[in-house]
Structure formats: C-alpha cells, structure tokens
Design a protein around this ligand. Structure first.
Ligand code: AMP
Ligand code: ZN
Length: 464
C-alpha cells in the first residue's frame, strides 16, 4: 500500500519512494545532552518512532541513525552564546563529559519507558571530529567557506538558493538584523561550520585553524554522510529545526556534493502545556518521571500523543492524562477479553475485521494519521464478538502503536510518595483529634488528585 508523508521540502503530502526498494535510510536529530529531556522533547521522539514502526509495518527494513550532540550546540541555536554543554557543566559543577553521560543515560531511560525503539545507529558528536573536520576542509576547498577571526563560516551567497526549506525572507531579515551579527560575516545568514576556541575553552580539538570545535550543523551533516551516504530517504526533527539547523545542513550538503541530503523532511509540531508554552519561568516544564510519579504508566503519554496529528500542536493537561489512562486500561482489557474469548468468527466477521485492518493501514500510511487509526482500533475493541483472532489483530496494530496492549492492567494504582506522606500526617492529626488540620490535609490530598475514605481498618486512598 502506498505511503504518503508530508514533506517540508515540497509542502505537500508526497508519495514515499525510498532510494533503495528494501531498506529505508533515515536520520533523526537527537538530543543535546545538557539537561533533562522534557515530555515535549519526547513527543518528537514518539512521532519518529511511530514513523519507523509504520515503515516496518509496510515491510521495509530500516537503517535509522540518531546523533547525540555533546558539543557545539550554542545557547542561541545559531552562532551566538555559550556552548550548552559547557554552560550546564559550569552550573552543575561537573565536566562536560559527566554532563553528557548523565543526561544521555536519562534520555535512553525515557525512550525505554515510552517503548521507543532504539535507532540502529546512535552516534555521539565527539566521536566524529575527524569526519567533521574533513567535511569543513572540503567546503573550504570548494569555495563555500571562509575563515574569519572567530570561526570558519559557510558562505550562503555561493548557493543557487538559500533558504530552501523554510519561509525565511532573508532580504527582510537583513534589514531588520535579527541579532548582533559578526561583522566579518560576508552575509548575515552565513553560519559557523567550525569555531575557534577561546583560551580556556573546555572542549577543543586541533585543526588547521588552531584549537577549535565543530558547529552544531556540521555534526549532523558529517555523521549522516558517514552512515547513510550523501543522499538518503528521510530526515526528521522538531519543527523548530527547520529555519536554522536543517536549512544549514542542506546548505552544507549542497556545497559539498550539490545535493539535498534527504528526499523527505518530516517535522513534528510542539507540545503545549495548558494551552501555552512550556517554560521554566512558568514552572510547567514536565518530565516523563513527573507522569510516572503521579502513578501513571508512561505509555499513557504515548497514547495521548495519538489524539492529534504529529503536525498539529498537542495540548497537555493532567485531565487529558487521566482520561487517556482510562482509555489505555480499556484497550488492554479489551485485548485480554479477546484473548480469552470463545466466540466463533464467521465469514462476515472476517470480512468486517479485514476491512478494519485495511482502514487502519490506510490511516497510518496517510501521513501517520494516528487519530484516525485509533478510531479503527476502537472499532475492533468494541466488536460484538470476542476471539483470540481479534486479539492477534490488536497485537498487529500494536507493532505500530507501541502501547503494550497485551500488558495486563493491574487494578492497584501506584500512589505518589507525596500523597502517602499527607495521608500519614492526616492519620496523626485524627489521632490527636485535630479535625481542622485533618480536613485541611484532606483538601490538600484532593488537590493532588486523590481522595481518602476512612474505613474501620484504616484509610482507602482513591484516585479521583
Ligand atoms: P531543547 O533541548 O529544549 O532545545 O529541545 C530539543 C528538541 O526537542 C528541539 O529542537 C525540538 O525539536 C524538540 N522539542 C523541544 N520542546 C518541544 C516541545 N514542547 N514539543 C515538541 N518538541 C519539542
Ligand atoms: Zn541535526
């Protein structure tokens, strides 16, 4: 069955045709490992995982590369500011290597909890310095780069077209000068390929231009070329990467070999929190562990991501998580009922189930339309007969969904530590007959989403 994917490069849903009939080559921009990954970052990883699973569902083998950025990503995403790794190392009184190891481990823990398949190749930027240097040298030799006092810059005026991926109007931007631009840049949108390191810089390598370090964009170009060749099929990332990082990866690739590196550029939209931005100042930066600490299976979040297209903004609320957790339980119970089901399926049932299977397949192949695909999953769950054959169909769907539909739901819920402490305090208050304090604690527990019921044996804690 044909697969269609919305391609940022063409701004249309394109028919997917891989360069090699059997194996899809795909590159995803991975995390910069300087801080905890948020559930927003994880939304991007979930959509990338769904894409790989859909390709596999359609019979393709996958060679998927994801990088780990442990140097060169500056605070601004462009050429301004400190390296994110070094800033974090300074703030946490650790070395950049310790920071990288710590956050890389946490990142992979989150992927595992979300049942995200590990890409075939994971590459850490600092392991590819020779490949990056080689790339920059080629660009200099071909006349696409020049040396300035602080960096080796890419000269965008040498390209036939820049930008190709985004709607940036660089003429307008030039006039408005979005940021303080290095006066040595020939064009305001020239960007650093290689950055000369100041005296006490923590991460630097020898190069023809003295001690220095790579720019963020060259990392992905060098690593993708190394593992996937000059041209491959799919390049993915979050929507924010379009105007700078991905635009510049394309520029580098065109400079070196005259080609756009990937045929399909797929971008995932942002996760919003209570309708707005997730930010430290608003105190609404959520990590996957916050969801787990409230007693939810992390896969509830994965299922929540299927409530809208990866190309639309998704709004996160705790109410949404609560109702999705009920949906996940219903899906899993539906699977178990079918596994134990004794109904015999006749010709007509099989025809209807085949239809639902085809509709599910069409939906996932239509630019990963997961809300539509889920509507067919629900039709199968609600089917008026229960049979192991239907359970098997649900397992087949789950190779794409990745929600562990065959996991047995335990009825007991994991009560967060915070709630347990309040219940304990309330018990004490009641023993001391301090009813005002006991009521106040009951309200506090209520606010955390739980209620207490006093019984003759103690208290029952219930999820609201
Ligand atoms: P950061 O480490 O915050 O710069 O994020 C790394 C990448 O994760 C970004 O480049 C985005 O592609 C993605 N990302 C960050 N925040 C969100 C969000 N709220 N929703 C979806 N993706 C996000
Ligand atoms: Zn990248």
């Amino acid at each position: 069955m044909d697969i269609y994917l919305y391609n940022t490069l063409t701004r249309t849903k394109d028919l997917f045709k891989p360069l090699d009939e059997k194996e899809v080559r795909m590159y995803s921009c991975g995390p910069t490992v300087y801080k905890d990954a948020t559930i927003g970052n994880m939304r991007t990883n979930i959509f990338q995982d769904v894409l790989r699973r859909i390709l596999k569902y359609n019979g393709y083998k996958i060679k998927h590369v994801m990088n780990i950025t442990d140097v060169g990503h500056l605070v601004s995403d462009g050429d301004e500011g400190e390296d994110k790794m070094i800033k974090s190392a300074r703030e946490e009184h650790k070395t950049p290597l310790e920071i990288a190891e710590h956050y890389t481990k946490l990142f992979f823990d989150d992927l595992k909890a979300l049942n995200i398949e590990t890409p075939e190749i994971i590459c850490k930027a600092t392991d590819y310095i020779p490949e990056m240097l080689e790339y920059v040298k080629e660009l200099v030799e071909k006349g696409y780069a020049y040396e300035a006092s602080t960096a080796i810059y890419f000269d965008i005026s040498k390209l036939d077209k820049y930008p190709v991926l985004s709607n940036l109007n660089i003429e307008e931007q030039k006039a408005g000068a979005r940021v303080e631009v290095d006066k040595e840049k020939k064009n305001p949108y020239d960007f650093a390929l290689w950055i000369k390191a100041p005296e006490n810089h923590l991460m630097k390598w020898d190069s023809p231009w003295g001690p220095s370090y790579p720019g963020w964009h060259i990392e992905c170009s060098a690593m993708s070329r190394k593992h996937l060749g000059e041209q491959f099929d799919i390049h993915t990332g979050g929507i924010d990467l379009v105007p700078t990082h991905h635009e510049n990866e394309i520029a580098q690739s065109k400079g070196v070999c005259g080609k756009i590196p990937a045929n399909y550029w797929i971008h995932g939209e942002y996760l919003l929190i209570d309708g707005g931005k997730m930010s430290k100042s608003l105190g609404n930066v959520y990590l996957l562990k916050d969801i787990e600490e409230k007693g939810y299976d992390p896969l509830v979040y994965r299922l929540l991501c299927y409530t809208c297209s990866y190309r639309n903004k998704l709004n996160f609320t705790w109410e949404g998580i609560e109702s999705t957790s009920k949906s996940l339980a219903r899906l899993r119970n539906g699977y178990q009922q079918n596994k134990a089901g004794k109904d015999a399926l006749n010709e007509e049932d099989r025809k209807e189930l085949d239809r639902l299977e085809t509709e599910f397949h069409k939906a996932i192949n239509d630019d990963m339309n997961m809300p539509l695909a889920m509507s067919y999953v629900w039709e199968v769950i609600k089917y008026n007969k229960k049979s192991p054959e239907i359970a098997n169909l649900l397992l087949k769907f789950d190779t794409v969904l990745g929600i562990k539909i065959d996991k047995e739901e335990k009825n007991e819920i994991k009560i967060p530590e915070e709630v347990l402490e309040l219940v304990e305090k309330r018990k004490k208050a009641r023993q001391e007959k301090n009813w005002t304090e006991s009521d106040r604690l009951r309200d506090e527990i209520q606010n955390l989403g739980y209620s207490v019921k006093d019984t003759k044996d103690g208290v029952d804690i219930l999820k609201n």
